[in-house]
Design a protein around this ligand. Structure first.
Ligand code: AMP
Ligand code: ZN
Length: 474
């Protein structure tokens, strides 16, 4: 597998620290609102990377955090006269439902920042001891970027030595806080003093705060990911990802914190960032108002159509959003589903694995999804020209190839197409045989042999027996 590393600005061969356990950390959502289609792009891109890694490596640990404490969450909770906990809980449930609709697998760990403040305090303490951080008069703990000469190594920003905090802070719009107490404008907050120390415990809309050696307060955003990745992945990560906007300041600051706290430990091998989803030629974002929430898009198209539309462009390129794209993706899916379900999928062996190989190769080459999809659609277009006998296995191959992208896995949709032809289950099917097949399939799923599991499910679907899946426990 080859992947573009933002750090080296090159496409590199992917060689994990430990081939027996690949470790991936992706920065997850700040849960103050429902996610939009731009957030969905990041979700889908990294889901695809994880699916590809899981086919190649026995063990992949995927961590995607949740930022459930942040100024935006606090402000929104105050607006809605609710607590940050209640707001976050509601948004996390919505996020899970959106991610599921987009066909994304659950991460192995989904740590919430508020559960790991103690680990954050430990790192901040060590940074203060090592003089990489200072405490300002007003109680902020700040990382001193001048203490870390490699600062800028990821974003390739040259540090300006005259960059003191009295200058106008042109970066404040990229989640860099303009604070008077900073020694350097790029110094960033590790710990913030609480604003409302006198609120009573019964006031559930009070801003959450934790005790620390620097008084009551809350952690800054960047330290969350350094602490949670260290806790769950042991500090050395193969792929650390997120959208392009996270390169600076978030990931630059994560490098500074983690490397300064543990100088002898390598931190991240491959930094991977996806490009923006654009609307009206600008990054889709809440602040610009040019967004569409996934939940709203789901009123007009399926999650799978959103996924397909997002995968149409190469993950590092910008992608223009339009409603038209979503509708086209839905039509394309209709066509593919009609093909794969157009007759009983017999238990045909996959004889010609060429399309699978083409898709695998395209994905292995820096996740070239446009190439993979072009191969799938041209293969689909050609099926009708094949001899009758070859068509059966070609349909099976088409489905398996699309599955690599997390597409054509909706059994209900296949079933719907099937029922157009054979509405009733075959009355002659032997129940014991069906049960045997179901058991066989359960075993295949438990051992993550999804190709075999899909084959059995299709065999049953071809006879009018539809199976609804529940989640596989890890
Ligand atoms: P946030 O909740 O703003 O921290 O964003 C969650 C994830 O979505 C981050 O990885 C962002 O980089 C990503 N993201 C936000 N907006 C966009 C966009 N318009 N296009 C692609 N990714 C985005
Ligand atoms: Zn992060």
């Amino acid at each position: 597998m080859r992947i573009f590393n933002t750090f080296s600005a090159k496409i590199e061969n992917f060689i994990p620290f430990d081939k027996n356990c690949v470790r991936v950390y992706v920065c997850g959502p700040t849960v103050y609102d429902r996610i939009h289609l731009g957030n969905a792009r990041t979700l889908v891109v990294f889901d695809l990377i994880i699916k590809a890694l899981r086919r190649k490596y026995k063990k992949v640990v995927y961590v995607r955090n949740i930022t459930d404490i942040d100024d935006k969450i606090i402000a929104r909770a105050q607006e809605e006269k609710t607590s940050t906990v209640e707001l976050a809980t509601k948004m996390i449930a919505q996020f899970h439902s959106d991610a599921n609709a987009l066909g994304c697998d659950e991460p192995d760990f989904e740590p919430r920042a508020t559960d790991h403040v103690a680990e954050m305090i430990t790192i901040i303490k060590s940074l203060v001891e090592k003089k990489h951080a200072y405490i300002s008069e007003d109680g902020h703990v700040l990382f001193a970027i001048k203490s870390f000469p490699q600062y800028g190594c990821l974003s390739k920003r040259k540090h300006d030595n005259n960059n003191d905090c009295n200058q106008s802070n042109s970066r404040s719009n990229s989640r860099v806080e303009a604070l008077e107490c900073k020694r350097d404008a790029d110094d960033f907050v590790l710990w913030k003093p609480a604003e409302n120390t006198n609120t009573s415990d019964s006031d559930n809309t009070a801003t959450p705060a934790w005790d620390s050696p620097w008084g009551r307060g809350r952690p800054g955003w960047h330290i969350e990911c350094s602490a949670m990745s260290r806790l769950l992945l042991g500090g050395s990560i193969d792929i650390h990802g997120g959208g392009q906007d996270l390169i600076f300041p978030h990931h630059e600051n994560e490098i500074a914190q983690s490397r300064a706290a543990e100088p002898s430990q390598p931190f991240v091998k491959y930094w991977v960032h996806n490009g923006y989803l654009l609307a009206e030629r600008k990054k889709m974002s809440k602040s610009l108002g040019n967004f569409q929430c996934v939940a709203d898009a789901l009123n007009s198209v399926s999650g799978e159509a959103i996924r397909l539309a997002l995968l149409r462009a190469h993950y590092r390129h910008p992608l223009d959003f339009s409603q038209q794209r979503l509708l086209e993706a839905e039509k394309n899916l209709d066509k593919l589903y009609a093909i794969v379900a157009s007759e009983k999928n017999e238990n045909s062996d996959i004889r010609n694995v060429k399309i699978m190989q083409q898709v695998e190769e395209a994905l292995a080459n820096d996740l070239n999804t446009p190439l993979a999809l072009a191969a799938i659609f041209s293969f689909a277009d050609n099926i009708a020209n094949l001899p009758q006998q070859a068509q059966k296995s070609a349909k099976q191959e088409l489905k398996s190839a699309a599955n690599l992208l997390g597409l054509l896995q909706n059994q209900k949709r296949i079933g719907k197409n099937l029922t157009k032809k054979s509405p009733e289950p075959d009355a002659n099917i032997d129940d014991k045989w069906v049960q045997k097949k179901i058991n066989e399939r359960e075993r295949a799923r438990a051992s993550r042999d999804f190709v075999l599991a899909d084959k059995i499910r299709d065999e049953l679907a071809g006879l009018g027996v539809l199976i609804e899946d529940t989640r596989v426990e890890k």
